[in-house]
Ligand binder design. Structure first.
Ligand SMILES: Nc1ncnc2c1ncn2[C@@H]1O[C@H](COP(=O)(O)OP(=O)(O)OP(=O)(O)O)[C@@H](O)[C@H]1O
Length: 296
């Protein structure tokens, strides 16, 4: 395991902001840390990075204590709004970080190429877009080939193309064995791009599993969206006991284990039906279920 947390608890004055939180991140695994504002995500990251101590619990980063030399050398962190010197070029900024880490500056261009900034390497960072600045941050985080990458809302403020490109780089890193823990409020993007989801709610871990498994545990209703043939929506709605949504659409809601039987009912209506779509609960539905106290 690259990261192991057990019973991690942190209080500020008499306020418990993390309460017995425990989960692991294995090599090559991409774990999303979700939670409302103030849920404790950044506090947990600061503890993992060794910036603040936990009050209770065990934290192992690359098998050692947070803040140890092994942990610091093998872990990289990208804060939400990484700040860089606007007068420096991307290349100069990266050379500066490489020198700070005691690394050879000849790695600067390969790292900038890795994050797609080779063309803009000699331009001042002050002229970069937000997406480009995030890439500088990612290049900085990749110095020394980290085994654990901690990313605090890394894609906030990025456009959809930049987000997708950012995740492609993360996928490559994970494929090479880097463990990734990233916090996000963008549920739909982590839905497709992470292996496991941890949800914090007021400092308590309320879920820790794959999306498929959380979906099963939540057993939220599935929606079947039926398109009726022209002029047949009322008849279809009545025969299926569904809700007519407009001139042609009829909505049915059922449990997961009823889905096949309901699809059979729909198909039995033959030419009355044009089409049917099965709408699974989204990560937002699942997130909301667990955040409101559904069983983890
Ligand atoms: N230094 C501090 N002193 C007192 N309370 C703090 C301190 N740092 C954080 N908190 C409190 O701890 C709780 C968790 O904060 P944290 O920043 O970890 O949440 P978060 O999940 O990262 O939120 P966001 O999504 O808004 O970034 C909040 O109630 C916050 O006010």
């Amino acid at each position: 395991m690259c990261l192991t947390l057990s019973q991690v608890t942190k209080c500020y004055d008499d306020h418990t902001v993390l309460n017995a939180v425990g989960f692991d991140v294995a090599a090559g695994e991409r774990v999303a840390l979700l939670g409302h504002n103030g849920a404790g995500k950044s506090t947990l990251m600061k503890i993992i990075l060794g910036l603040i101590p936990a009050d209770k619990g065990t934290i192992k980063v690359l098998g050692t204590e947070p803040g140890s030399n092994i942990a610091k050398t093998g872990t990289a962190y990208l804060p939400e709004n990484a700040a860089f010197h606007p007068a420096l070029s991307g290349y100069e900024q990266l050379c500066y970080y490489l020198r700070l880490r005691g690394e050879n500056t000849n790695q600067a261009m390969p790292l900038l190429e890795r994050v797609g900034l080779a063309q803009a390497a000699k331009r001042r960072i002050g002229t970069y877009s937000k997406g480009m600045r995030q890439r500088v941050g990612l290049a900085q985080a990749l110095i020394g080939k980290p085994r654990l990458l901690i990313l605090d809302e890394p894609t906030s403020g990025l456009d959809p193309v930049s987000r997708r490109e950012f995740y492609v780089i993360l996928d490559e890193l994970a494929a090479q064995g880097t463990a990734i823990l990233l916090s996000s409020h963008a549920l739909t993007e982590v839905e497709a791009r992470t292996d496991r989801i941890v949800i914090l709610s007021s400092g308590v871990m309320v879920a820790n599993d794959t999306l498929a498994s959380l979906r099963r545990q939540a057993s939220l209703p599935i929606r079947l969206q039926v398109s009726a043939s022209v002029g047949k929506a009322d008849e279809v709605a009545s025969k299926l006991s569904g809700d007519r949504r407009n001139g042609v659409m009829v909505d049915l809601v059922c449990r997961s284990d009823e889905k096949l039987a309901r699809l059979g009912d729909i198909s039995a209506l033959g030419s009355l039906i044009e089409d049917v779509d099965v709408i699974q609960p989204s990560l937002e539905d699942i997130y909301s279920h667990f955040s409101k106290g559904g069983d983890a």
